[in-house]
Write a protein that binds this ligand. Structure first.
Ligand code: 5CA
Ligand code: ZN
Length: 413
């Protein structure tokens, strides 16, 4: 798929400390230790509705990772998928009497526009599930041949399932107990009660064609891929195994990231799939997780149409820590608007207090598991001093503008 366009980032003098991120698998803050090239995969959208602020918050968190690595002089190989064939997409198309292909294309195009408007750095590979079917089929065929996958005992639809016990390490990513896994599997797209499976927790790899459903010819017979194998194959084929960061929202910890990892590890015999499993908290609205199925959504495109500056959206979402579940409120937006105008006023002064110590603090806080609340507080302190006309350094406002642009993606006009 076509990715979206990039922006040119200013170089900020100085060197950041190594980026440390919280890893779900080990439950610890650990340094990301990429070589010359950092490799990151972040789970993309299922394009049946517009990008809401929950999605935006997740992609903005990983955009900070991307920017922190670039700031350290590290090249970034970033891959993101688009789940352009899946149950929810087909259901929405059916409900609205729409064509699922047209729906997917339309929402993906809007997503690109939203990401560009938010100045999210684009992935190098932006890959659809449909265009990846041949490579996904190849992986499933290998899992079948190796005995890591099997056909359901069902004479009509012998769908292919993954034996989740095959790596001997299942559960290392989420660390959930069996009861929690069983509950989340059922809640998040799994089919524990499907007859013919060897174990209720085994995940679907290939769904044989049913009448009226889209399907693709393949050596496995006509059908379509399951969800976890999509990300597993797309990531491994572009990044290789043991890449630096596997990311997404915390709703993907289980089953999605557990199975993506297990599929790849079973297929390659290499452990682990990723060095860090990084998860963003859920954005809620009116006391509930913002989600397409609940319909309690605030769209990025709606805010843009209302004339909200994308830098305000960034500031509003960065005022909380990326790992914290938090609510979107009108107050958040108006506080961010006020903060942005203060910052803009200070950054347009002819001089200010020396900016280097603030840039050091900004980098330190971001390197500490993307601690944006403290990063913003450090900038607030510089802004307050500048607005009191405390400083005489004529280079300071420009340095603050560059740092805020390169590291936070926020533009101060
Ligand atoms: N296509 C799959 C991933 S392969 C998917 O989960 N799509 S999605 O459209 O439902 O979500 C896209 C991304 O936004 C995922 O990383 C998901 O974890 C994240 N996300 C979804 N809802 C929220 C929310 N309310 N707050 C924060 N992140 C969210
Ligand atoms: Zn995914």
């Amino acid at each position: 798929m076509r990715t979206w366009s990039s922006v040119t980032l200013p170089r900020v003098p100085g060197t950041p400390p190594p980026l440390r991120l919280y890893d779900t698998a080990t439950g610890r803050l650990r340094p990301t230790a990429p070589g010359r090239t950092a490799r990151m995969y972040v789970c993309g959208i299922t394009p049946y509705d517009a990008t809401h602020l929950g999605h935006a918050a997740t992609y903005l968190a990983f955009d900070l990772v991307h920017r922190a690595w670039l700031d350290a002089g590290i090249d970034v190989h970033y891959v993101q998928n688009v789940t352009d064939i899946d149950e929810p997409l087909l259901e929405r198309a059916e409900r609205d009497q729409d064509d699922w292909i047209v729906l997917g294309l339309r929402e993906t195009a809007l997503f690109r526009e939203d990401m560009e408007a938010l100045r999210v750095l684009p992935p190098r590979h932006f890959v659809g599930a449909v265009e990846s079917i041949p490579e996904i089929v190849e992986v499933i065929a290998k899992l079948l041949a190796d005995g890591a996958a099997y056909r359901a005992e069902d004479p009509e639809y012998a769908d292919i399932y993954f034996d989740h016990t095959v790596t001997g390490k299942f559960g290392y990513e989420s660390n959930y107990d069996h009861e929690t896994m069983a509950r989340l599997f059922a809640e998040r797209g799994g089919d524990p009660d499907r007859p013919g499976k060897h174990d209720p927790l085994d995940a679907l790899l290939w769904r044989c064609a049913r009448p009226g459903e889209p399907s693709w010819e393949s050596e496995l017979g006509p059908g379509r891929p399951g969800w976890h194998i999509e990300c597993s194959a797309i990531a491994v084929n572009r990044l290789g195994m043991t890449f630096d960061v596997q990311g997404g929202g915390s709703d993907l910890i289980f089953p999605h990231h557990e199975f993506s990892a297990a599929h790849a590890e079973a297929q390659t015999g290499v452990h682990p799939f990723a060095r860090h499993y990084v998860h963003a908290g859920m954005i809620g609205l009116d006391g509930e997780k913002m989600s397409k199925s609940r319909g309690n959504l605030v769209f990025v495109s709606r805010l843009r149409a209302d004339g909200v500056d994308p830098s305000t959206i960034r500031l509003a979402l960065f005022s909380g820590h990326y790992r914290t579940d938090r609510a979107w409120t009108a107050a958040l937006l108006s506080e961010a608007e006020a903060r942005l105008s203060r910052w803009q006023e200070a950054a347009s002064l002819p001089a200010g207090p020396a900016a280097e110590p603030t840039v050091v603090r900004l980098r330190e806080h971001l390197a500490d598991d993307l601690d944006t609340p403290r990063a913003l507080a450090a900038l607030d302190a510089w802004v307050a001093d500048a607005l009191r006309r405390d400083g005489t350094d004529p280079a300071a406002p420009a340095l603050i503008r560059s740092a805020v642009d390169a590291l936070l993606g926020i533009v101060l006009q």
